[in-house]
Design a protein around this ligand. Structure first.
Ligand SMILES: [Zn+2]
Length: 236
């Protein structure tokens, strides 16, 4: 597993599983990897919220009055979304990825968190800036008080696509080098354009395609996934 100390210094658990943690996909049984990964982090399986990811731009929100909403937020009931935002300590918000970009966000004051599944399509549909806007609009966060991690995913070294796709990405104002997309820079740019200081957006720099450490759909062609999660520590 990989921890993100850039965020954990702010009283959150922020980590991502790797191949040594097994298959942490939403569809896989917990014993395939999720349960031991969560146990190592001290997170109960009943505290993990995983959306059904659809490569869209929808953010699901848990209000600060979470206890009232808890019924709706039992694991598995969250429905379709590609980002989650919450202010309730003790719950873990997760996304599963294998080349798509996980983005983790922390607002220091007021305290709130978000997790984003930003693949090529989600990035194009601005899912990351939508999640940031949700933290601002629903929880009162300010962009200058946000810290973020762009997690392990397909890197600019390896993420080659068709000419047509690369052209359409470039036309959308996203960074492209020839036929290679840079989803790390694209998501960083989304946050910086929305007011997050560049030095508070940390790119982990691990490429899932060439590092060999993480599940990669492009490399392995399996359904196995890495789980990226964030959770506000209780009492911090
Ligand atoms: Zn690479």
């Amino acid at each position: 597993m990989l921890h993100f100390p850039e965020l954990e210094q702010f009283g959150v658990i922020a980590a991502m599983s790797d191949k040594t943690d097994g298959d942490c996909s939403r569809e896989a049984p917990a014993e395939a990897g999720r349960s031991s990964f969560l146990a190592q982090l001290g997170i109960g399986e009943d505290k993990l919220i995983l959306p059904k990811q659809i490569h869209g731009n929808c953010v699901h929100v848990a209000w600060p009055s979470w206890p009232k909403e808890e019924q709706r937020w039992t694991p598995g009931s969250v429905g379709e979304a590609d980002a989650l935002a919450a202010a309730a300590p003790g719950w873990a918000l997760g996304v599963t990825v294998a080349d798509c970009v996980p983005v983790l966000l922390v607002s220091l004051e007021p305290r709130a968190i978000a997790v984003v599944h930003a693949g090529r399509e989600g990035t194009r549909q601005h899912i990351t800036s939508n999640a940031l806007a949700t933290l601002v609009e629903r929880f009162g966060a300010v962009p200058a008080g946000i810290n973020a991690v762009i997690g392990p995913s397909a890197g600019p070294c390896c993420y080659e696509v068709s000419v047509a796709l690369a052209d359409s990405f470039a036309a959308g104002g996203f960074p492209v080098r020839g036929r290679f997309l840079d989803l790390w820079a694209a998501n960083q740019l989304e946050l910086v354009r929305a007011g997050v200081p560049a030095e508070q957006v940390h790119v982990s720099g691990h490429c899932t395609i060439c590092s060999g450490r993480f599940h990669s759909f492009r490399t392995d062609k399996t359904g196995a996934r890495n789980l990226a999660l964030i959770s506000l520590r209780v009492g911090s």
